[in-house]
Design a protein around this ligand. Structure first.
Ligand code: AMP
Length: 408
């Protein structure tokens, strides 16, 4: 590695830190991606360094990742060991909430940081960890440009009817809105469709991001018009440990009749529900597919049923369907879930080719299928790296006296 400037990408979750190192030449290229998991408990480290290099995986000592700051230090030590001369010019951060106004990446200034802290109550489970990751990165790279990329930004294009709840108007004005999440993933898929299938990109597409967190997005011409997640990343599809859509009356019941506190209800909805709660076994789809028990099968049934329901609703929002795209850990890897989602969906134009699905092809519908079914591995880190590069390029353009690009 030379002194070429590089971009570091960080995605700080509640107990994990995903990181990536990208060269920022003409287009960003991943040099390394990795994950510190189970921060503060029994931490582990995984990393890969591109083709031909063996992936790395090891348990960490508790001190190596007791919090996000030490986890970042551990990740950086690994990156420095492999790329001793890399100069981190820019750090791109995944930030879950950008509020109603941020519709694209933002360079982090004290004012933007203050606004993001103000938004923390909207995403109390995620935003404080994202901000802790930013604080740790600023301390580690005080001279680097810091850029925030928001999960909500991609959905700012959706219309008012999918931005509001039927509450008195002043709640909307106070920010109680349907923001939508997983925007970095949808942004990547939209870009890939534009690159590889422009006619599809220009049409009516539903993307199913099915991972431990799961949501779906309806896109028209590559822009979000509706999504299954709302005010928080709790709405919509059932997830690994989250309920997905639930009648709010259940909250009243749990608090008033069962005597639960709001914190207990939140913990129940976020960490003990979804696939884990239904199966009583695991939040991991691989474990449920392998188990074959009645409860595991019912958890899968519910997951598939809700995806199919949302598919119909989102197709109605689009006025039809030209393509369904699967991504995320489950969407990219589980042929069973893809098959079950598409089963009997001829009425909406889907005709799955079982052999293509089993082979893991990119296009898994038959040639006769009215709507195309695709599998596209998502890459949120690359979206962050591209945004980070754009900011650095804009700085260079400014320094060279050329007009600035948009305030990235
Ligand atoms: P993600 O959050 O996108 O990393 O996705 C994690 C989810 O993907 C977990 O539920 C995993 O069990 C699931 N997953 C990963 N690989 C497979 C596979 N081969 N078959 C079924 N599910 C999988």
């Amino acid at each position: 590695m030379t002194n070429t400037p590089v971009a570091l990408t960080l995605n700080a979750g509640s107990s994990s830190l995903k990181f990536g190192l990208f060269s920022i030449g003409a287009t960003p290229v991943a040099m390394a991606v990795g994950l510190v998991d189970s921060i503060g408990r029994t931490p582990t480290l995984k990393a890969s360094f591109g083709a031909g290099m063996p992936p790395l995986g090891r348990d960490l000592t508790p001190a190596e990742a007791s919090d996000h700051k030490s986890a970042l230090a551990t990740a950086l030590a690994l990156l420095r060991q492999h790329f001793p001369e890399a100069q981190v010019a820019v750090v791109g951060h995944r930030v879950v909430h950008g509020g109603p106004s941020y519709d694209g990446p933002m360079r982090l200034t004290p004012q933007v940081m203050a606004e993001l802290r103000r938004l923390s109550p909207f995403a109390p489970i995620h935003q404080p960890h994202n901000l802790a990751g930013i604080d740790a990165a600023v301390a580690a790279f005080p001279d680097a440009v810091q850029v925030a990329c928001f999960d909500t930004a991609f959905h700012r294009s959706h219309p008012w009817v999918n931005d509001t709840f039927a509450l008195p108007r002043d709640y909307y004005d106070k920010g109680v809105r349907r923001y939508g999440f997983h925007g970095l993933s949808y942004d990547y898929i939209s870009g890939e469709l534009n690159r590889t299938a422009p006619l599809i990109h220009a049409g009516r597409v539903i993307v199913a991001h099915l991972g431990n967190g799961a949501s779906m997005c309806a896109m028209l011409g590559g822009r979000s018009v509706a999504s299954t997640m709302g005010f928080t990343a709790l709405d919509g599809l059932p997830m690994g440990t989250r309920t997905g859509q639930i009648d709010p009356g259940v909250i009243f019941y749990l608090v008033q009749q069962e005597g639960m506190t709001i914190d207990e209800v939140r913990d129940l909805f976020y960490t003990r529900s979804g696939l884990l709660g239904l199966s009583g076994l695991s939040n991991d789809m691989r474990a449920l597919e392998a188990a074959g028990s009645t409860q595991a099968n019912e958890a899968i049934d519910y997951f598939v049923f809700r995806i199919r329901r949302e598919l119909g609703g989102l197709a109605a929002a689009l006025g039809g369907l030209d393509a369904l795209v699967f991504c995320g850990g489950i969407g990219e890897n589980s042929r069973l879930i893809r098959e079950r989602v598409c089963e009997g969906m001829g009425w909406i134009g889907l005709d799955l080719d079982r052999a293509r699905n089993a082979a893991g092809d990119t296009v898994i519908s038959t040639d006769m299928s009215r709507a195309r079914v695709m599998v596209i591995p998502t890459n949120e880190e690359l979206v962050i790296a591209r945004a980070a590069k754009k900011v650095v390029d804009a700085d260079s353009a400014c320094a060279a006296g050329r007009p600035n690009v948009r305030n990235t």
